[in-house]
Design a protein. Structure first.
Length: 334
């Protein structure tokens, strides 16, 4: 058994991956492989809590796998898999449903947001989503769960479930910690800095996807909202200048520069110089990822090999946890 600590994270293939998913999540993953045992998965079971077109879901799941690899996740060093290939997620998800309280599930911000946006399809899965997410996490007994700010509440709920479950049955689950990046934890829409950049919404103008062409990316940044104050200078002030702060956060995340360095760089210049500069930095960051994704997508046999091996390894670990849980709660062993 490896001595390394464990990390796990997932992304729903509910839309094309955006700059937000990249900066808030994937970008930070490859470097961790030396230090941690890492599991990353395509959360297709979570994606269907909102209606999906089957062909699009299939395409995006594979594209997402190719993008993980193109972003630097080496399948030899990380376990990459598709959630629905590892049946233990659904099984433990059911068990944990019985340890998640109606009241706490009702308080989840994402549930409230998504119910408001999908009023015609407020299904049970949308409501119990966090117990499946808790199962995703706890099957692998990770020390850390790297996520963007918006998923923190779900990891907190997972921690409540651990406390409740372990309180009854002893130390079954390891207590996971959310791990939120300092820069890029919350990338906002380019047209509405009050809403996060989301892969399933704002399809028109507010987002940049990893597969967008340089021309599209530049267009998006040129039309990004800044602010209406008269000062028109590049200064980090999220409260009064949320649009500028968001562009600065993006620029900081892709260039590694601090906010002070960015302010100095654009001192005395208006947004006319700043916005295209952010766009160009993003284009150069995403170009190799897009090209490598396209190359990998042409090699279906390779991708299939990766997700099969990943599922096999994940299922082995997941099954050990599931058996322990079943035994503790009193299920008769097969
Ligand atoms: P999802 O698919 O909405 O987002 C995937 C990851 O990207 C982060 N993220 C962002 N970070 C910064 N700015 C943004 N605009 C932005 N948009 C997305 C998210 O915080 C997340 O880390 N429920 C999860 C998927 C999941 C999961 C898990 C994650 C299922 N099971 C177990 C961790 C562990 C979700 O919907 O993420």
């Amino acid at each position: 058994m490896s001595e390394k600590k464990t990390m796990l994270s997932g992304i729903k293939p509910s839309g094309d991956l955006t700059l937000g998913s990249y900066l808030g999540a994937i970008k930070n993953w490859p470097a961790r492989a030396e230090e941690f045992d890492c599991y990353y998965f395509m959360a297709d079971m979570h994606a269907i809590t909102v209606r999906q077109d089957p062909a699009a879901l299939r395409r995006r799941t594979l594209e997402q796998l190719a993008q993980y690899i193109a972003c630097g996740l080496d399948p030899e060093k990380n376990t990459l898999f598709i959630q629905s290939h590892v049946r233990q997620h659904a099984e433990l998800g059911w068990v944990l449903n019985c340890y998640a309280m109606f009241g706490e599930l009702s308080r989840m911000t994402q549930f409230k947001d998504k119910s408001a946006k999908n009023a015609d399809n407020i299904n049970g899965g949308l409501f119990t989503y966090p117990s499946l997410m808790a199962a995703d996490i706890l099957l692998y007994q990770p020390d850390f769960v790297p996520v963007g700010e918006d998923q923190k509440q779900h990891v907190e709920l997972t921690r409540n479930i651990v406390q409740r479950f372990n309180g009854v049955y002893g130390d079954v689950f390891k207590m996971p910690e959310p791990y939120i990046p300092k820069v890029g934890a919350r990338i906002m829409s380019l047209t509405n800095p009050a809403a996060k950049m989301s892969k399933s919404e704002n399809e028109d103008t507010g987002r940049v996807t990893l597969m967008d062409s340089p021309a599209v990316i530049m267009k998006q940044f040129k039309r990004a909202v800044t602010d209406s104050d008269t000062e028109r200078c590049v200064r980090y002030d999220p409260e009064n200048k949320p649009g500028v702060a968001n562009l600065m956060a993006i620029y900081a995340a892709v260039t590694g520069k601090s906010f002070a360095e960015i302010e100095a760089e654009f001192e005395g210049q208006g947004y006319g110089k700043f916005k295209p500069a952010v766009g160009e930095a993003v284009v150069e960051t995403l170009r190799p990822i897009r090209e490598e994704t396209e190359r990998l997508l042409a090699d279906k046999a390779y991708l299939e090999g990766v997700y099969r091996a990943g599922a096999e390894k994940a299922a082995y670990v997941a099954e050990k946890t599931l058996r322990k849980v079943y035994k503790k709660i009193g299920f008769v062993a097969r």
